[in-house]
Design a protein around this ligand. Sequence first.
Ligand SMILES: [Zn+2]
Length: 211
Amino acid sequence: MLTDREARQQIIQITNELFVTGHLTATGGNVSATSSDGETLWITPSGMYKGHLTEEVLVHIQPDGTAIEGDQKPSIEFKMHFGAYRARPGSTGAVHTHSPIATAFGICNQRFDPINTDAVFLADTETVPWFMPGSQELAGAVEGALGKSRGCILQNHGLMAVGKDLRKAATRAMLIEETAKIQLYMKQFGGEVSLVPDEWVKQLAKYADFM
Ligand SMILES: [Zn+2]
């Protein structure tokens, strides 16, 4: 369980990292962490430039989006964040990014082939079809996909990842983007593709929890 102070600090740290590494756009994407009561969330505000958020603009919200603390409007994706924590009990952090290559990967209905160890661990990543951002339909579909894997791609939109802590959630989002990037490079090279052999895919599966 996080203290409220830790939750706010972690959100700012991770938001800054995701922004400088190109996973958040000027206003796109959002980050949350569980509060000290374990039932409400701290989340980034809606519509504000993501490049220099401070703890003061974060919003502490109830499941219906009502603000407990904070003057800003909470992210419109708060339903999707609550859905992520419901899908993965015990999680304390979730990130929604607009990672460009993973987004294009989803639009083109790609799947992770066993091209390296990360791709083997990400093989259960689902692509959720288009639903209106901020909608209950999107939140429900993401909750279902995150029940099967800690990360999922949102078609025509971005991706969502959840973790035991915010660092793990962000790591998942970064690995999805980096692995999608390798598959993109592969397609550009063309030529014969060599995958991780089947017997190793099975061996590696037991280490999937490490990420
Ligand atoms: Zn979004």
